[in-house]
Design a protein. Structure first.
Length: 253
């Protein structure tokens, strides 16, 4: 592919989407990934200013093929689920495979991976499986009995290199409550809940537009990025209104 050939020469491709109706985010995102660039959707002058001016440095790739792998301690976490990223999931063995491309990173660029977890000891309903005939369950190691909650591994390549570097971080459960979480974390939770409501996800639980709105408002009061978050709240209001009309239409039928 031409994009991949040019990428090897140091020419990266950033893709911008304009307009509506026939816009295919998944296709444009794939093209940007193949070219070690970024994809952004421009729907207004304010969004263009944010992409090119406020976050313009993120268009400059400083690392390529960024991968994240998380291993949870079964003594701390009995079950987990990654929220989103369905089109970016890798098989476990692909994490160490430098031939498997992944996500580029720009200057000042941040990526958030959000997991829903069930603490160990909490009763949950999971699909059962038959006992294995030829294998035994994995044995615990000495690290299992520590306070470690999970180990985070990150792989990335320098823009002109083809061999990845590995970063490892161990996280421990400090016993903090959600009310004590930083504003950025609360806003992330609001965005995740909003996404599940829009997709009518079976995992949304008791989430509703009121909860999403309140979380976002709490997060917007204590951050310099309040303008962006106020815009998010307006989107939540519109989505709730449209959902109400759709529900009324169903009831009318």
């Amino acid at each position: 592919m031409l994009i991949e050939e040019k990428r090897k020469s140091g020419v990266y491709l950033t893709v911008l989407g304009f307009g509506m109706d026939n816009l295919k985010d998944s296709t444009l995102e794939k093209l940007a990934d193949k070219g070690n660039g970024h994809y952004a959707y421009i729907d207004s002058l304010a969004e263009a200013h944010k992409v090119f001016v406020e976050n313009g440095a993120a268009l400059i790739t400083i690392a390529k093929d960024g991968k994240v792998q998380v291993e949870f301690n079964p003594r701390q976490v009995s079950a987990y689920r990654l929220i989103g990223y369905e089109n970016r999931l890798l098989r476990p063995e692909e994490f160490n495979d430098d031939h498997r491309g992944a996500t580029p990173m720009g200057a000042g660029h941040t990526v958030t991976a959000l997991y829903e977890i069930s603490p160990a000891g909490k009763e949950i309903q999971l699909p059962g499986i038959d006992p294995l005939k030829y294998q035994q369950a994995r044995k615990s190691t000495s690290a299992t009995d520590t306070s470690e909650a999970f180990t985070l591994k990150v792989r990335y390549k320098e823009p002109k290199e083809e061999t990845s570097q590995l970063l490892t971080l161990v996280a421990r459960d400090e016993g903090k409550n959600f009310d004590d979480a930083p504003a950025d974390f609360k806003f992330t939770a609001a965005a995740a809940g909003f996404g599940m409501l829009l997709r009518e996800s079976p995992h949304k639980g008791s989430a509703n537009y009121t909860q999403v709105r309140e979380l976002a408002r709490q997060a917007s009061r204590t951050t310099r990025r309040s303008a962006d978050r106020e815009e998010f709240i307006r989107l939540v209001d519109k989505a709730e209104l449209l959902a109400g009309k759709r529900l009324a239409g169903r009831d009318g039928n």
